[in-house]
Write a protein that binds this ligand. Structure first.
Ligand code: NDP
Length: 454
């Protein structure tokens, strides 16, 4: 951990991301690592007094139970700068106020981020500056490439932190320990023993007033193109020699380069659906198309499924089913690994009641192994039993882990430029098939299990 003071400049300091995720994450970081020296600068076009900004920072630190003297020190040096970030002179003046080393967090709408990057290219930032960006990284392969090139004209690749907060989830990071520190699992982690892998993120939440963002994104971009393909990369990558960021990021990119829609058929490999009115628990959810801010003609999906294959020796023939949906009757956030049937079962032993499965629950974190074992009574009668381990509670919120890594200049938990481009390369043919009308937009009632057979 560096002992100099790092300036964390948050652009978009009055926005939703800063309020709901960044400041609370910072609180948990400083609670766990109170010796960190950080100066938090907020900038936004919204009018906000210095006192109001400091109160926001103080409240987040108090909420996270940061020791009082640590919180006082952080709040005292924390400043707010009302700035139109698209105004070159105002941005220049803001940069003049920052310290060194500097980490700039773009908590801005994506289109504004791109424009501010363009201005930074002209204005230049201090040597060693890190840039942290939120998804989406572009809205197509071409725009992702352009954004990458633009960013590289501002800072080098290892100073660009493309954020996917799923990578700060301890349950995702646990995949590394699980896979590479267990002799038992290492030899069976391949097509020879694994029948299929399902990575699901089904939630009970509906639109919750986020039409402005979600109606343009949809389930495929919001979850599959980003978070779920990142989980797949951790799941499927080859064994790293070390935990050094270039090693891990290189292996993830290599895994993603092998990904293709199942059967190289983006239409057959995908499904999309949209919820209609229904009851989720005790909440009445209106039809998606009647929600405020939704444009029905856009045909945005609230549920998507994409089955992919990895064209490499380790995973040839194994379907990876990625699925995500909103307004479902029950949440289901997990990775399920289904193993192949044994090559032979002795005559006289009852058949296994089901395949062996390893289930990784993402929230809250747990690992369960489902195996066939003797039932009570007849010793050769088998039943499925589950061995479960709860994962330890996270030290801090995912955004705490991520901010800590940015302040340390460690890009391990972030997405490299070529990875970001691969994510678009994988889903673009799916969008093309949807646009061509090759995949019907199905419907499901809010509160149901999703469309038939999902
Ligand atoms: P917001 O729409 O809340 O915008 C962030 C802030 O930027 C607002 O205060 C906005 O002001 C300000 N802003 C916009 N234009 C300018 C400008 N020219 N100069 C100065 N300030 C400006 O966005 P979010 O906080 O929701 O999201 C930020 C990023 O984080 C996005 O990329 C999003 O995809 C990503 N993200 C967001 C999550 C969330 O839960 N919110 C979750 C994960 C990622 P004003 O209100 O006046 O427009």
């Amino acid at each position: 951990m560096p002992d100099q003071t790092t300036t964390l400049l948050i652009l978009g300091a009055s926005g939703d991301l800063t309020r709901r995720l960044l400041l609370p994450g910072l609180g948990t970081l400083l609670r766990e690592e109170p010796e960190r020296s950080v100066r938090v600068m907020g900038a936004d076009r919204v009018e906000l007094s210095q006192e109001d900004w400091q109160a926001k920072v103080r409240d987040s630190l108090a909420e996270a139970e940061v020791p009082q003297e640590v919180a006082d020190g952080i709040v005292q040096v924390s400043t707010y700068h009302r700035t139109d970030l698209l105004d070159r002179d105002q941005l220049k003046a803001l940069l003049g106020e920052t310290g060194d080393p500097l980490a700039v967090y773009f908590a801005l709408p994506p289109a504004v981020t791109v424009k501010v990057c363009g201005l930074l290219e002209e204005l230049r930032v201090p040597h060693g500056t890190r840039l942290a960006l939120e998804k989406p990284f572009g809205d197509s392969l071409e725009s992702a490439r352009e954004l990458n090139q633009q960013l590289l004209r501002v800072v080098p690749e290892d100073s660009i932190f493309r954020i996917d907060h799923f990578l700060g989830l301890s349950t995702i990071l646990n995949l590394i320990g699980l896979r590479f520190a267990n002799r038992l699992l290492q030899p069976i982690w391949s097509a020879e023993h694994i029948e299929k892998v399902e990575i699901s993120y089904g939630e009970t939440l509906a639109l919750e007033g986020r039409a402005g963002y979600y109606d343009h994104a949809g389930a495929l971009m919001d979850m599959i193109q980003s978070h779920l393909l990142q989980i797949l990369a951790f799941f499927a990558m080859e064994a790293p020699a070390s935990m050094r960021p270039p090693e891990i990021r290189g292996l993830k990119a290599q895994a993603l380069r092998a990904v293709q829609p199942w059967g190289h058929d983006p239409a057959g490999a995908s499904r999309r659906a949209r919820y209609t009115a229904g009851q989720v628990g005790d909440r009445t959810v209106p039809d998606y198309v009647t929600e405020e801010g939704v444009d029905p003609d856009r045909g945005t999906e609230t549920l998507a499924q994409l089955t992919v294959q990895l064209d490499n020796a380790r995973w040839a023939g194994v379907p990876f089913v990625l699925r995500s949906g909103k307004a479902l009757g029950a949440a289901s956030k997990r990775v399920v690994v289904t193993f192949k049937e044994p090559a032979h079962t002795p005559t006289g032993l009852s058949p296994a009641p089901g395949p062996d499965r390893l289930v990784l629950e993402l929230k809250p974190g747990s690992v369960a192994l489902e195996l066939s074992m003797n039932a009570e009574g007849d010793p050769f009668d088998l039943e499925q039993k589950e061995l479960t381990a709860e994962l330890g509670k996270s030290r801090m919120l995912p955004y705490g882990e991520i901010l800590g890594a940015i302040l340390d200049g460690n890009p391990l938990l972030t997405i490299r430029g070529d990875e970001a481009e691969e994510l678009w390369r994988i889903v673009e043919p799916v969008y093309d098939a949807w646009e061509a009308g090759d995949v019907p937009l199905e419907e499901y009632a809010a509160g149901s299990d999703g469309p038939d057979g999902w």
